[in-house]
Ligand binder design. Structure first.
Ligand code: MCA
Ligand code: AMP
Length: 522
């Protein structure tokens, strides 16, 4: 784990609301047809933080937030940070089983969610539910848009926070095991934001069009928090709509757009559908990340718009790590060079640094890198490697890559783990396999990713089952237990899974096979 040299006073909330003190009347958020200024956002979140503190929320308490993209969600997130509590954002499409896992692990004292999601908390087994003393509907909280009477210091409610006080607990599948909480301190998140401010030259004049969910680091930190901390504004969309996005961008309503490759694929389709040329020159920067941007898509977007997408690479545990340069060449198929404040290297399986041109695992370090997983000291320790020269330890990303000796750009070559990236969402095969194995009759299950034209990859399940097992039964079971993006698109029934001499399932052979459902292997 990373060592910190004494606590340093860093407060994410103060950073996110600095613009409220400098220029309270400047726009912060446009959402659901409403505009909110930085002063109003700070005022509403300060008022809600007081309400939460009055209710009994204390520093370090975890708060689950489960809601669609809307202004009230942003106020809720800021209020939790201001109260010194830890934000645990969750996908509102999660099933009871998926929420139960996080509740049992994070032990939140409070959950705040969209009104229509309230019943999910009633369905949680008592043991998981016990830690949550209160479940509040987001729209029932008294969030009023009073302009803030800015307090001299945002930390007046509590003792100042230190860099290693937890700000976010972000659940991610990581490289192994079940989904784990990545512990991000206030100092980590501030470092992530400062790095991006420098790399992408954020200014208070920027307007970000954001259609990514606020429960992952991409939408939440790279998008929303970077914008607020820059004093810029965000046009927050409930969901991505390609036609509406092209309208907004061509009308000059944003200067920045961040997306996953799936969104760029849909934008290209929309642009090609239109006969007339679209002028997107008001947008100074298009960024893609969370999954590999195919070279053809980079080229198709350039052909349609004249613009080169800037591809960057990051992780929940670390924030953004590498990126193509803002001013320099954006090389398709590469994720660029280390971002400000980030060190990156390539190592062989024994941890020995590799020369340029050689393939190995990417390791990184910097103030952005998390301190470990929540209540998982062994997994945390295993994800860091001590530095031979006695410097700060390196975080092992699990991503394989190579650095070009000529350009210095990194290219990603795949993952050391079996993680499936579907439309920028992580699908962890073992979780899906465990869900399938829970269905009576399923004896063995192996889940792998297969290429998907829209989502990049999608899960396919190979099963060994007793007797008759109807595809509808499998689909129904997965609908009950898994969020939509994790559900296998295809089920393939086999007599036996291919295994190597050690009995380990050979997933590579499954990925390469093309066996339709129900056809028994020879
Ligand atoms: C939607 N569907 C999906 C996905 N999204 N299926 C597989 N994978 C997906 N990612 C399904 C829906 O359930 C639905 O199925 C059908 O596709 C159409 O849904 P639609 O409503 O049109 O989809 P959407 O709402 O437009 O969503 C597509 C999306 C979304 C906007 C690309 O997947 C998305 O927001 N992805 C971004 C995820 C993200 O932010 N990742 C960052 C992780 P049916 O018709 O059967 O109901 S953070 C990270 O990775 C690191 C830090 C980093 O580097 O950024
Ligand atoms: P997450 O665990 O959701 O934070 O996802 C992090 C993973 O997304 C990384 O370890 C990479 O495998 C992948 N990723 C992020 N950005 C890119 C990119 N530009 N190209 C390829 N993979 C990426």
């Amino acid at each position: 784990m990373r060592e910190m040299s004494g606590p340093e006073a860093v407060d994410l909330y103060s950073r996110l609301t600095r613009a409220a003190r400098r220029s309270p009347g400047s726009p912060a958020l446009h959402a659901d047809g409403r505009s909110v200024t930085h002063g109003e956002l700070a005022g509403a979140s300060a008022a809600l933080a007081r309400q939460l503190a009055g209710w009994g929320l204390r520093r370090g308490d975890r708060v689950l937030l489960l809601a669609a993209n809307r202004a009230e969600l942003v106020v809720g997130q800021l209020a939790v940070l201001r109260a010194g509590a830890v934000l645990v954002p969750l996908n509102p499409a999660y099933t009871r089983r998926e929420v139960a896992h996080v509740v049992a692990d994070a032990e939140p004292r409070l959950a705040i969610c969209d009104r229509e999601r309230l019943p999910i908390f009633d369905q949680l087994a008592t043991v998981e539910r016990r830690s949550i003393e209160e479940v509040l509907a987001l729209d029932a909280l008294a969030i009023s848009w009073v302009p803030d009477a800015p307090e001299p210091e945002a930390t007046t409610l509590r003792a100042p926070l230190a860099a290693d006080d937890l700000a976010l607990l972000l659940y991610t599948s990581g490289t192994t095991g079940r989904s784990k909480g990545a512990r991000l301190g206030h100092g980590n998140v501030v470092a992530m934001i400062e790095s991006l401010h420098a790399a992408w030259a954020w200014s208070e004049r920027d307007v970000l069009l954001l259609a990514l969910p606020l429960f992952h680091l991409h939408g939440l930190v790279v998008g929303l928090m970077s914008a607020l901390a820059a004093g810029a504004s965000v046009r927050l969309e409930r969901r991505f709509d390609a036609a509406a996005t092209v309208e907004a961008l061509s009308a000059g309503r944003a200067t920045l757009f961040f997306g996953v490759p799936t969104l760029y694929g849909r934008l290209v389709e929309e642009l090609e559908r239109r006969r007339t040329a679209v002028d997107l020159s008001a947008v100074r920067l298009f960024v893609s990340g969370s999954a590999p941007l195919p070279t053809e898509l980079f080229e198709a977007f350039r052909a349609a718009t004249g613009v080169e997408i800037l591809e960057r690479y990051g992780m929940t545990e670390t924030g953004m790590l590498l990126g193509n340069p803002l001013g320099g060449p954006r090389l398709p198929g590469t994720v660029g060079v280390p971002l400000p404040g980030v060190e990156a290297r390539l190592v062989d399986p024994l941890g020995r640094p590799l020369a340029d041109g050689e393939e190995g695992e990417i390791e990184v370090r910097g103030r952005n890198v998390f301190s470990g997983y929540w209540r998982a000291p062994e997994k945390s320790a295993a994800s860091f490697r001590a530095d031979a020269a006695g410097g700060a330890p390196w975080f092992r990303t699990g991503d394989l890559g190579r650095r070009d000796p000529r350009t210095g750009h990194f290219t990603l070559l795949g993952r050391a783990s079996e993680l499936i990236l579907s439309g920028g969402f992580n699908v962890y095969p073992r979780e899906v396999e465990e869900v399938l194995l829970a269905l009576p009759g399923v004896r063995e299950a192996a889940v792998v990713g297969e290429p998907h034209p829209e989502f990049g990859e999608s899960p396919v399940a190979f099963l060994v089952a007793d007797g008759e097992l109807a595809p509808t039964e499998l689909e129904e079971h997965c609908r009950r237990e898994l969020a939509p993006f994790k559900r296998p698109r295809r089920f393939v029934r086999l007599d036996a899974l291919p295994r190597n001499a050690l009995g380990k399932v050979e997933k590579r052979r499954l990925r390469e096979s093309e066996i339709p459902y129900n056809r028994r292997s020879p």
